[in-house]
Design a protein around this ligand. Structure first.
Ligand code: NIG
Ligand code: FE
Length: 412
């Protein structure tokens, strides 16, 4: 199919030779073309330019984008989109004064979601998750990562990853999967964390690898969950199965997980709400992408990742949703971009770079997604008529998306 978008008020993130990631001052620049067109052939970006230099285009399906802005779809590199049920009661408990940690200690939190998921059939889990995936695609997400970690038994962890795999077969956006067996210590192993780690290493990881269910391995490295030593063990074991680390670190405490993840060549380190100067130094001149999850900070009322400070120190930064039932029941990347500007003091240019090309990098997808570059997959957001791209994070509560194009086709 040949598709042509014309009269685009501004085409964003146009890069002839797109770097695989942007760091520090590079993030301030968002190359654009005003009064532009873009031509899509067989789902791929074939050419683009300004309206004064548009060639003949007979026989193309044409969409007039007058007044509208076009940009690459969001690349959401951190979600737990496959889950069962919800946890709005814990939300009310937090309003009434309990902390996230106190709720977890009472048997709520991740183990509560695990109980619901274990009782949910694979079909039901698929249907609940597909509804969420369709919602986020309509909100402009065109590439996504999904983690396990609400199963906490071999059977339930495999069930989650099979559902994610089935979603990737049935939907046209890339879905990357991550094995997060070490998300919490299940009730049955309450006083035997090492026994659970043995189960992960001896049973879960080999099965996940054998069925080819995940590309990445993750662990929640945090006081009360898993230590740095536990992380070292899981990442080393994952490596034997060719799984690349992408880890949860520094959400509530800095316990040395970042340096250790970097040592294991983690593709990304995610959360980072509590970041020491030593952590920041450790991230410099590495291939590891720091990922901030501002909707999680918003929902839990915890500190925001110091994104401004990180970018000023020359680091790259990606933005993702963390969509999950406990800390972030929202998969809306538009809100993430706005919140990064409003609360983390990123400029619109920096936030858009963080949510597109750097998000793609954090999923190993930056050679095919995350920018308007010839040969990349044509996953695009067409906005409603808006005055400028700065209006996107500014008008944070409005749905400013007119349509979403995935591989050259409109999402219905
Ligand atoms: O990334 N921090 C760990 N895991 C999830 C939340 C888990 C939950 O509360 O269900 C997160 O925020
Ligand atoms: Fe998470």
């Amino acid at each position: 199919m040949k598709l042509l978008l014309t009269n685009i008020k501004e085409l964003l993130q146009v890069r002839e030779n797109c770097p695989i990631k942007l760091s520090g001052a590079q993030m301030k620049e968002l190359p654009t073309l005003k009064n532009a067109w873009i031509y899509i052939n067989q789902g791929v970006i074939e050419d683009y330019g300004t309206m004064d230099k548009m060639g003949p285009h007979q026989g193309f399906k044409t969409i007039d984008c007058s007044g509208k802005i076009v940009l690459p779809t969001w690349c959401d590199s951190h979600t737990h989109l496959v889950y069962a049920g919800n946890r709005e009661q814990e939300f009310v408990d937090r309003i009434n004064g309990l902390s996230y940690q106190e709720i977890a200690e009472k048997g709520g939190g991740i183990v509560n979601s695990a109980k619901k998921l274990q009782e949910t059939s694979e079909t039901d889990l698929y249907n609940q998750s597909a509804t969420r995936l369709e919602e986020v695609m309509r909100l402009g997400t065109g590439a996504i990562e999904i983690k396990s970690g609400y199963g906490l038994t071999t059977e339930a962890e495999l069930k989650m990853l099979r559902v994610a795999k089935k979603l990737s077969e049935n939907y046209p956006i890339p879905i990357k999967t991550t094995f997060l067996g070490a998300h919490a210590i299940p009730t049955a192993y309450k006083n035997n964390k090492d026994g659970y780690l043995d189960l992960i290493c001896n049973e879960m990881l080999p099965k996940v690898a054998k069925e080819n269910l995940a590309e990445y391995v993750d662990i929640f490295c945090e006081d009360g969950y898993f230590s740095v030593a536990d992380m070292e063990r899981i990442l080393s074991e994952g490596k034997k199965h060719k799984l690349i680390p992408k880890v949860h670190v520094n959400q509530f405490n800095s316990i040395g997980g970042i340096a250790s993840a970097i040592k294991h060549n983690a593709l990304s380190v995610d959360h980072l709400e509590v970041l020491t100067d030593a952590d920041l130094e450790a991230l410099k001149n590495t291939e590891t992408m720091p990922v901030a999850l501002p909707s999680c900070s918003y929902f839990l009322s915890i500190p925001y990742t110091p994104g401004r400070k990180m970018i000023d120190a020359g680091l790259p930064l990606a933005l993702a949703t963390d969509y999950n039932p406990g800390s972030t029941p929202s998969g809306n990347m538009n809100f993430v971009v706005a919140t990064a500007c409003i609360k983390m003091k990123l400029t619109p240019e920096e936030a858009i770079n963080a949510a597109t090309i750097n998000g793609a990098y954090a999923m190993g997808l930056s050679s095919t997604y995350g920018s308007i570059t010839k040969g990349k997959i044509a996953n695009l957001i067409i906005t409603k008529p808006i005055p400028s791209y700065g209006y996107l994070p500014y008008a944070f509560g409005s749905n400013l998306i007119d349509s979403v194009i995935i591989k050259g086709e409109e999402v219905k």
